[in-house]
Design a protein around this ligand. Structure first.
Ligand code: SAJ
Length: 441
């Protein structure tokens, strides 16, 4: 089938869409294309997830507005069917790959087991004329070096001659999956310009924002760059915060006045950088650079600054406790917030984990509270009662409503360390607390 025929089948919604990987990216996009009128086949290796989806119930944790209702609707209409077997891809005209692409903890190189397996499984079922699109975030150059060979070897087909290939990096965010998916612009990187145009026509059926066509390497660079940009910006804010602490200044006042200067947008300093993409994507970009003989220096440096912030939070607690002659060894520390983001239950790469590890290494007893995380919910004051210090790691709304005097009452020692500017130093000191905050000199 030619690209023109594929384009026609997309316009008439006759094209069958396959989605490999029904995680937070794949499930949302599968539902969106099913809602747009396509018959969608989802492939998921976790059998219990397949069963849940086919029964119309969402396996997603946390609040995803509209997703559960949409999933029930499209599965009950038979527009979306999930399976553990890749054979159902055989009659698909378009196949999206949305599998995890983690980086190795020490070498920071991407580990492409899932991506390679997906390319092989898709290749085995690939028909001439089909279009394969990778939505996973990958190191620039991965489509050419990993996905294309995997598909060609498993199928015996040739890209552009027999099948089509592209990269459309996802831009979803937990808690706003469907919203981001349908309202944020997307980059359609095609192995050929004609492929990119057909990709745009496909995504036009679910995306109301810009669809920018380009080539694969540019699409791979855009996604990793936009997240590396954010990581560097956050690291800059964190480094200025540490300088402000040393100089006895308030980083938030500095930031407010800096951002009055044209085209300055200093980000928010804080207790660390978590999540599924910001801590990872800079390493994907640095890996691609290394493959071309260029050693990225700023990207690893930014990661080092951001990954030092949780340790700094522990150090602030040690410093504040020492004002009361309380060594950290044997002290009880209550940590408020385990999710990586305010008002979220997502705990991937949470900065709270290294704080807990550091405090325990120093001999502290650590209690953790988080209103959104199973097993950590409950009464905040029960967590804080009789602790020698309270540390705020996440700006959940419920922490912002805490009464400082009441906090002071239940603490054994009046020590509060604030990693997300939840409280102002003056108010904390007014309540009789020994206060430390990121960037609050
Ligand atoms: N953080 C800071 N300072 C900041 C911003 C964030 O310390 O100024 C911390 C947060 O506390 C969190 C981590 O960084 O621990 C990541 O926060 P995030 O707001 O970037 O949220 P994410 O990880 O969900 O990022 C997603 C990304 N979206 C996609 O990958 C599609 C990112 O590209 C978006 O910029 C971000 O959402 C967004 O803007 O909401």
């Amino acid at each position: 089938m030619s690209l023109a025929n594929l384009r026609q089948r997309i316009d008439t919604r006759e094209a069958r869409v396959g989605v490999v990987g029904l995680g937070y990216v794949g499930l949302a996009v599968a539902c969106a294309f099913a809602r747009a009128g396509f018959a969608v086949r989802g492939i998921e290796r976790r059998a219990e997830r397949v069963a849940m989806i086919n029964s119309g119930s969402s396996p997603m944790q946390g609040d995803e507005p509209g997703l559960a209702e949409l999933l029930l609707q499209v599965t009950s209409m038979g527009m979306l069917q999930a399976s553990a077997s890749a054979e159902t891809l055989r009659d698909c005209d378009v196949i999206l790959i949305a599998v995890e692409t983690p980086v190795e903890p020490t070498s920071k190189a991407p580990t492409y087991e899932a991506l390679t397996a997906a390319a092989r499984a898709v290749g085995k079922e690939l028909r001439p004329g089909a279009l394969v699109i990778v939505e996973s975030t990958v190191a620039p150059g991965t489509l050419e070096r990993v996905v294309r060979p995997g598909l060609e070897e498993a199928s015996g087909l040739r890209v552009d001659a027999d099948f089509y290939l592209g990269h459309c990096p996802e831009r979803v965010m937990p808690g706003r999956l469907l919203h981001n998916l349908t309202t944020m612009s997307r980059v359609c990187g095609g192995h050929t310009p004609d492929t990119a145009e057909v990709m745009a026509a496909l995504y036009r059926t679910i995306v109301s924002a810009d669809l920018d066509t380009t080539d694969c390497i540019t699409a791979e660079l855009v996604k990793t760059t936009e997240n590396a940009y954010r990581d560097v910006q956050i690291a800059f804010a964190n480094e200025v915060a540490l300088i402000c602490e040393g100089l006895g200044a308030d980083v938030w006042r500095v930031r407010e006045l800096v951002n009055k200067s044209p085209s300055r947008t200093m980000h928010l300093p804080g207790a660390g950088v978590g999540g599924h993409c910001i801590p990872k994507d800079p390493w994907l970009l640095a890996y691609a650079a290394r493959n071309t003989g260029i050693m990225a220096r700023l990207l690893p440096a930014a990661r080092t600054v951001n990954d030092s912030m949780p340790g700094h939070m522990a150090d602030l607690a040690v410093e504040a406790l020492s004002e009361h002659g309380r060594p950290i060894q044997g002290a009880t520390v209550a940590i408020l917030g385990f999710a990586y983001l305010e008002n979220s239950d997502d705990v991937r790469n949470t900065p709270t984990e290294p704080v807990i590890a550091r405090l325990r290494e120093m001999g502290a007893h650590v209690r953790v509270h988080d209103p959104f995380v199973d097993g950590l919910q409950g009464d905040i004051f029960a967590t804080i009662c009789d602790a020698d210090a309270a540390i705020i790691m996440v700006g959940h709304d419920c922490y912002k409503e805490l009464d400082l005097a009441a906090l002071r009452e239940v603490l054994r020692l009046p020590v509060l360390v604030d990693g997300r500017r939840v409280f102002e130093p003056a108010a904390a000191r007014q309540a009789g607390l020994t206060f430390r905050g990121i960037g609050r000199g």
